[in-house]
Design a protein around this ligand. Structure first.
Ligand code: CP
Ligand code: NVA
Length: 307
């Protein structure tokens, strides 16, 4: 019978904290949670959520996941806790990990997340940083697997800003051996150390392609993926980035040059008619709302391997 195995690392700060086998195991567990063949009870375990940035999907899917696993969550708002006052991370981490069994943290700098993890006595999960969004990538590859059954011959093309979501798709894609193409405007390519790490993992280095032209990237693609052009914390750059990203919208024309079986993903929240047209989000090709739902099962799977 399918049962969660303990992950080799205590924390999940990056997709690279887990092995390819562990990713595949999490995807199998996600399927078990989705089709109700897997039911587990973690008694009274408590997940602490620290969100320095807004969230709908990640916060709520963690809360529901934990409650379905028989546990509960505490949502720590920085403004009503001492976090907002600037209490040192190392003090917060030591105290919260003495109450909670696991922590999920959404913050800006990856190094702050690492500081939490260094001082926490309990596992820490990355619920999004400026650099990575590894929980999102687990749900994304689960959604892709549901559609195509395996990853052989799948080409995943991300159109847009090469930051957290794109970085995580690259790293998780490298672990799974999936061809990942990224089309970003000049200056918005994915993080160079992420590319370097991914290339060390890919057996076939040609499976990672970075370009500045969506129309070069999309032909042959089975999955088109996009994210907002201005991420949380970049609100002041919105007007400037809207201009720089002109031409990077997933619309009918761009979709038309992809493979016939193409599906479209977006991590959400979206700015409709900016990075993706209304028409495409709501089209038959969209798996965006299945993808959002799958966050729940991927979260249950991840928690079950860390608790
Ligand atoms: N995709 C995602 O992480 O959404 P939230 O910001 O709503 O959590
Ligand atoms: N890149 C986006 C992802 C939101 C889920 C952001 O960081 O705001």
């Amino acid at each position: 019978m399918l049962k969660p195995i303990k992950l080799s690392n205590k924390n999940f700060l990056s997709n690279l904290d887990i092995t390819a086998n562990e990713v595949n195991h999490i995807l199998e567990l996600s399927k078990g949670f989705k089709n109700n063949s897997l039911k587990l009870d973690y008694g009274n375990k408590v997940l602490g959520l620290i969100f320095d940035k807004s969230s709908t999907r990640t916060r709520v899917s963690f809360q529901v996941a934990m409650s379905r696993l028989g546990g509960s969550t505490i949502d720590l708002n920085p403004n009503t806790s001492q976090i907002g006052r600037g209490e040192p991370i190392k003090d917060t981490a030591r105290v919260l990990s003495s109450y909670c069994d696991i922590l999920a943290i959404r913050t800006f700098k990856q190094c702050d997340l690492e500081e939490y993890a260094n001082w926490s006595t309990k596992p820490v999960i990355n619920a999004l940083t400026d650099l990575e969004h590894p929980c999102q990538a687990l749900a994304d590859f689960f959604t892709i697997k549901e559609e195509f059954h395996d990853f052989r011959n799948v080409v995943l093309t991300f159109i847009g800003d090469g930051n957290n979501v794109a970085n995580s798709l690259i790293l998780c894609g490298a672990l799974l051996g999936v061809e990942v193409r990224i089309a970003s405007p000049k200056g918005f390519e994915p993080n160079s150390s992420v590319i370097e790490k991914a290339l060390k993992i890919y057996k076939n280095k040609n499976l990672l392609k970075i370009t500045n032209d969506p129309y070069t990237a999309v032909p042959g693609s089975n999955v088109l993926y996009t994210d907002v052009w201005s991420s949380m914390g970049e609100e002041d750059k919105k007007n400037q980035k809207d201009k720089l990203f002109n031409g990077f919208t997933i619309d009918k024309d761009l979709l038309g040059v992809a493979e016939k079986d193409v599906i479209v993903l977006h991590c959400l929240p979206a700015y409709r008619n900016k990075e993706i047209t209304d028409e495409i989000i709501d089209s038959k090709k969209s798996r965006i709302f299945e993808q959002a739902e799958n966050r729940l099962y991927a979260q249950q799977a991840l928690l079950s391997c860390l608790l």
